[in-house]
Design a protein around this ligand. Structure first.
Ligand code: ME8
Length: 510
């Protein structure tokens, strides 16, 4: 079977500029995409922008622009940030693109011709920021139960999707596929929600015009979530390319999202697909939310963390490391400058940086930079080496579980073990006696080989550092593949190794 992997980010609204929360989701996808590529998978990694809807229309008109002008401007900021963060996406979809609009109209028609879309009337409480209708009983003190902002009563003629019809099929699917919704707590949340009953869903609007017209009734535009969710198949060429990427990559292996948009991805999207007879994505993984220095990130608090500034100040790999290391993927976390600086100094500058500079410096001092063949091994050498195959296996499981912080823990346990191995074997003492030359050769070989594997394993997280480590070891830094290269002993004796400059400067704090 061919190894293929399809991973998606949410498509981001263009009425906001990218912040650390958007960077987080995209980064997590990038890490997994890079890992899967290193494992020999053909990866389709999709991101993009969600450009239609009343929010964008309003934001544009208050700025004196057309919605498309606003979108064009903000899209550039997203794309520039993804470049800066070394995001390796395959495609960037914009919902204003014709390829997308065509696919959305087609999906609408398909569900309509199956008899699951009908024209009705709608009267409910609408939250404009969330683009969501709520029933009277769902409101909290008259306000949106999701964002807490005020709602307005709207009555509209509307097309409805017979979502109620798919309640049982969806429940059956969630129950039969324990991994469909992750983490587990989120799965339970959705199971409870679906068991309480699904209402039919309003999937068109007449109160604004910035969107995709309903086929055959141009007074209506298609509901922004119906439009947006469909990006996951239109980017593959749905419906025109049945033998192309749709066949190759659908169903998606994982939609990575924030917990705020779980219901759209695990109730609306799967029921649309069921109605259209399209297979469901294999997994939806909802991560937690970041607060900043203990507070919710918000424009009014002026505490929105701007990723460009962080990258300029600390470097891209440091930011990638921190975001993936600090918080278990799936839980909420807090962003603070103190913990960022602490992580950089302790894990990157000290632990990894020192390992690489100490080891390569010793190799240059004791062996002129040429890797010796290992001599006989002691029990301590064997125990050190034995950690690596286990770590490689654990890493694979953890990556497939999107347990990024555990995966980094696995790698940093190796870094810690290597530093301890230096302290315990004390190469500087071995170097003093001729009769310890063989022992020294074993220690130096093991250290440099350990660094090779650590560099390869960390490359999906730290692409620049991973490549730099391989370059230092005389390998091709551009090739970070793990397939067939993750076994101990890959480095050939005789390899010339540079004396490394520090990988990460220490951040000085007052
Ligand atoms: O919801 N912490 O777009 P959006 C962590 N267009 N992640 C955060 C975050 C935070 N504080 N704030 C935002 C939309 N995110 C729709 C999606 S998909 C078919 C349509 C991340 O621009 C998180 O992944 O509001 C969340 O799901 C996403 O940004 C929302 O981005």
């Amino acid at each position: 079977m061919e190894k293929r992997f399809y991973i998606t980010t949410p498509i981001y609204y263009v009425n906001d500029v990218p912040h650390i929360g958007h960077a987080y989701t995209t980064l997590a996808c990038d890490v997994l995409a890079r890992y899967k590529r290193a494992r020999g998978f053909e990866v389709f990694f999709l991101t993009g922008t969600d450009e239609h809807g009343q929010k964008v229309e309003k934001a544009a008109y208050t700025k004196g622009e057309t919605p498309l002008e606003l979108a064009d401007r903000v899209v550039k900021r997203f794309q520039a940030l993804w470049d800066k963060l070394d995001i390796s996406h395959t495609d960037f979809i914009r919902t204003s693109q014709e390829r997308h609009k065509k696919g959305v109209r087609q999906l609408f028609r398909k569900i309509e011709s199956a008899g699951d879309i009908y024209l009705g009337a709608y009267e409910d409480w609408y939250c404009t920021p969330c683009e969501t209708f709520w029933t009277e009983t769902q409101l909290l003190d008259g306000c949106c139960p999701d964002c807490g902002r005020s709602t307005e009563k709207l009555k509209e003629e509307s097309y409805f999707f017979r979502m109620s019809k798919y309640q049982q099929a969806l429940l059956d699917h969630i129950e039969a596929n324990p991994d469909f919704i992750q983490p587990r707590t989120r799965r339970n949340e959705i199971l409870n929600f679906v068991r309480e009953g699904l209402r039919d869903l309003s999937i068109s609007r007449t109160s604004f015009s910035w969107g995709i017209p309903v086929p055959g009734n141009e007074r209506h535009v298609i509901y922004v979530w119906f439009d947006a969710l469909t990006n996951y198949i239109t980017a593959l060429g749905y419906p025109d390319d049945p033998d192309g990427d749709v066949r190759k990559f659908w169903p998606a292996d994982v939609h990575v999202i924030g917990k705020d948009i779980l219901r759209f991805h695990t109730v609306y999207w799967p029921t649309f697909l069921l109605a259209a007879g399209i297979p469901l994505p294999k997994k939806v993984f909802a991560h937690g939310w970041w607060t900043v220095e203990g507070q919710k990130m918000s424009k009014s608090l002026a505490n929105v963390v701007e990723p460009n500034m962080l990258v300029d100040k600390y470097g891209v790999d440091a930011i990638r490391y921190f975001l993936m290391r600090e918080v278990p993927f799936g839980l909420d976390g807090d962003f603070s400058h103190t913990s960022l600086v602490h992580r950089i100094n302790s894990d990157l500058a000290n632990d990894l940086g020192n390992l690489v500079s100490r080891s390569t410096a010793m190799l240059n001092k004791y062996f002129g930079g040429a890797l010796p063949a290992p001599g006989p091994s002691t029990a301590r050498d064997d125990a050190f080496v034995a950690r690596f195959p286990t770590a490689v296996r654990n890493l694979d499981t953890q990556m497939n579980d999107l347990a990024f912080n555990k995966a980094l823990q696995t790698i940093w346990d190796l870094v810690g073990a290597a530093n301890k191995y230096i302290d315990e074997t004390a190469p500087w003492s071995l170097a003093k006696k001729d009769e310890d030359r063989e022992k020294l050769a074993t220690v130096m070989y093991n250290l440099i080989e350990a660094i090779r594997l650590i560099g390869l394993m960390s490359a999906p997280f730290l692409p620049n550092t991973g490549s730099r480590i391989l370059d230092i070891l005389g390998l091709d830094g551009a090739d970070t593949s793990l397939e067939g290269r993750d076994a101990w002993g890959g480095l050939q004796p005789g390899t010339k190794v540079e004396k490394a400059e520090p990988l990460f400067p220490r951040i000085e704090t007052e």
